[in-house]
Design a protein around this ligand. Structure first.
Ligand SMILES: [Zn+2]
Length: 115
């Protein structure tokens, strides 16, 4: 057992940079509040064309569904832990970030029958 004098000064420890990774932008920090957003950007998705335009569609695995969503197709809740799909416009004029902001979570079946 060593004396307390052996411990590093906590102020010095805190001042040491953890790594040389570049800082994330303010927008990226906002994403951190929505854990599924990074997944949507990075993950696999497909584009579907509907009567009202092109939509990005990404399946959400049950493990990724960590909170309840309201399905715009039937108006009922998508319970956490339920596999479903996330859809957002692929042809929005405001850019993908804005489109992602407007993304909606759908029951897989509700999206399939959407017109
Ligand atoms: Zn539904």
């Amino acid at each position: 057992m060593r004396g307390l004098g052996e411990l590093p000064d906590p102020r010095l420890v805190l001042s040491v940079p953890r790594s040389n990774r570049p800082r994330r932008s303010a927008a990226a920090r906002d994403d951190a509040a929505e854990p599924d957003l990074e997944m949507l950007r990075a993950g696999w998705r497909r584009t579907e064309t509907r009567q009202d335009g092109a939509w990005n569609v990404q399946p959400m695995a049950a493990a990724g569904a960590v909170k309840d969503y309201s399905c715009p197709g039937c108006g009922r809740a998508i319970a956490a832990g339920t596999a479903h799909v996330v859809a957002w416009r692929a042809d929005g004029v405001l850019g993908e970030a804005a489109d992602l902001e407007g993304r909606r979570h759908w029951h897989t079946a509700c999206w399939a029958v959407r017109r």
